[in-house]
Ligand binder design. Structure first.
Ligand SMILES: CC(=O)/C=C/C=C(C)/C=C/C1=C(C)CCCC1(C)C
Ligand SMILES: CC(/C=C/C=O)=C\C=C\C=O
Ligand SMILES: [Fe+2]
Length: 536
């Protein structure tokens, strides 16, 4: 079966290089593929399993997808999604969702038609694992067995130099203002430039600034002119805020935040910004040097849960690098900030920062819930911990405490929320709508798409029984004046083993089109959009 698919795929790839414009060749190859797919679907149905938590079936594929419904003619461009997609090497199976080798998925929209493809990122970690048939670098929860580790990358010193850390860029994907597309994870070396058309790996994105740093936030804040990110400092607990101008590879220091809660910084998977300020979270789920050195994972993996150390939010002025507020807040756990903006009084003075995140009710057990075994075996059991849209209010008048409250009743989205997007025009500005994965219980993982109205404090939910949709990604209609005028793109794993791309109307949150993949893809994490005008 796999051979059939690969042969078909090879034919497709070869033909792709010959074609000039149009998709006729691709369509012929897709027809050929569909025969193979029928057999595969039968196998999957027998297995009765979601494809979300199982490895990709082959390294790459491309073809035109048949549509149900209509894609708006204005939607011209490329949606790219990154995420872990291969969780085993030979007969060794990884433990955690975040361990998988990166798989890129591409949806190319052109005049109402849709061509899809996927491909593995050729990181050093992936190539070494393939070549040596074993894990060679430290992944999120996995570490190479001492033999393989020493023979491949050398001694223990290389752990401290970062040489043994993974460059498996399986988390984020960003289009820089200069057009380059970079895939990211939390290790700095895991910044990899890819070709958005072929999904080929161009090579490591090298920072030329000498700032070093082994780890950074997986989610920089990117605009047309710059990229801002955080470098946690595990030695002198703190964060360096850095800024890289579009067109350069040079990060410059904006400023430094000292941690207030003890000897290690809080995990910063993401952070957020307003127009003038960088919002630096310090949560009690902290990096742990001790756990980093362990071969076997702990319940909190490379982190420690230290509620007694306190939770803080720091606010840095982007222009001066000065920390203008540093407040204690109620305990929190978040992977993803949604957005932030400045609250102003009647005289236009900035009085506070409002920052929203997908907040897991200060319960760090969510990390262990994302173990593959839990995801695969607990389907339909109500074990997903409660989560909410957490809204921080950080006063800028010198007060020492900030507040954290639910922005809406979490029942509106089934007490599950993560994997969020907004209309990017509203990034760092007052905004009304967020799109995310929510929950319809009982469930062990977010299983709905939810549109959150932060003004009305209401949610609209989309659900397909037994399926797992990935991050809903909002794309605005060119020329739109309403915040929710656009579409939301997601990729769904169905309960019978199939998979499809889904397009919802941003305003009504109703389905407007779906397109089945020949075979389902694993769950992916984050996406980005490249308008056709930018592709040229
Ligand atoms: C996929 C995702 O959301 C997060 C991935 C995080 C990774 C791969 C983190 C890796 C790390 C190491 C390999 C060692 C240092 C600590 C840490 C950054 C957690
Ligand atoms: C998928 C996820 C959390 C889901 C829980 O509700 C977090 C992903 C984090 C990395 O990008
Ligand atoms: Fe993320």
């Amino acid at each position: 079966m796999t051979t059939l698919l690969i042969n078909c795929n090879t034919a497709l790839m070869a033909s792709r290089t010959k074609r000039k414009k149009g998709y006729s060749v691709v369509r012929a190859a897709t027809d050929k593929l569909s025969k193979a797919v029928t057999v595969e679907k039968t196998e999957l149905r027998k297995a009765g399993k979601l494809a979300a938590w199982t490895s990709i079936r082959q390294e790459r594929w491309e073809g035109e997808l048949q549509l149900q419904g209509e894609i708006p003619l204005w939607l011209n461009g490329t949606y790219l999604r990154n995420g872990p997609g291969l969780w085993h090497i030979a007969d060794y199976y990884f433990r955690h969702l975040f361990d998988g080798y990166a798989t890129l998925v591409r949806l190319h929209f052109h005049h109402g038609r849709l061509v899809a493809s996927h491909r593995q990122i050729e990181s050093e970690a992936y190539k070494a694992a393939k070549k040596n048939n074993r894990l060679c670098y430290r992944e999120f929860s996995e570490a190479p067995k001492p033999d393989g580790f020493f023979s491949y990358v050398g001694g223990l010193a290389q752990l401290f130099s970062g040489a043994s850390l993974t460059d498996n860029a399986n988390t984020g994907i960003v289009r820089l203002g200069d057009g380059r597309v970079v895939c990211l994870t939390e290790t700095v070396k895991g910044s990899i430039q890819i070709d958005p058309e072929t999904l080929g790996t161009i090579g490591r994105f090298v920072y030329t600034d000498g700032l070093g740093g082994l780890i950074h936030s997986a989610h920089p804040v990117v605009t047309e002119t710059e990229l801002v990110t955080l470098l946690p400092d595990l030695v002198r607990a703190g964060y360096t805020v850095v800024r890289m101008e579009a067109g350069t590879n040079e990060r410059r220091v904006v400023g430094r935040v000292e941690c207030r809660g003890g000897p290690a910084p809080g995990w910063v998977h993401s952070f957020t910004m307003t127009e003038h300020y960088v919002v630096v979270p310090e949560m009690p789920l902290r990096y742990s040097a001790e756990n980093l050195l362990r071969a076997e994972p702990t319940p909190f993996y490379k982190f420690e849960w230290r509620p007694e150390s306190g939770s803080y939010v720091h606010v840095m002025c982007k222009a001066s690098g000065r920390v203008v507020a540093s407040v204690e807040v109620p305990p929190f756990v978040t992977f993803h900030f949604i957005n932030a903006y400045e609250a102003v009084d009647d005289d236009g003075r900035i009085t506070a920062i409002i920052a929203d995140c997908c907040e897991h009710n200060a319960n760090a057990s969510i990390l262990d819930k994302l173990r593959l075994q839990n995801l695969q075996s607990l389907t339909g059991q109500d074990v997903l911990p409660n989560a909410r849209v957490g809204r921080f209010r950080i006063p800028l008048d010198g007060r020492s405490a900030g507040t954290l409250e639910s922005a809406l009743d979490p029942e509106e989205h089934g007490r599950g929320i993560d994997m969020c997007s907004i209309n990017p025009t509203y990034q760092s500005r007052p905004y009304r709508y967020a799109y995310a994965c929510g929950a319809q219980r009982p469930c062990n993982f977010p299983n709905t798409l939810t549109k959150i109205d932060l003004l009305e404090r209401k949610a609209k939910n989309w659900h397909d029984k037994g399926s797992i949709p990935s991050e809903p990604f909002f794309v605005a209609r060119p020329g739109a004046t309403e915040e929710d005028d656009g579409v939301v793109i997601s990729m769904v794993s169905g309960q019978d083993g199939e998979g499809y791309a889904l397009i919802l109307d941003g305003s009504s949150f109703e389905e407007i089109a779906r397109a089945k993949f020949p075979y389902a893809l694993p769950y992916g994490l984050h996406g980005c959009w490249i308008p056709e005008a930018a592709i040229g």
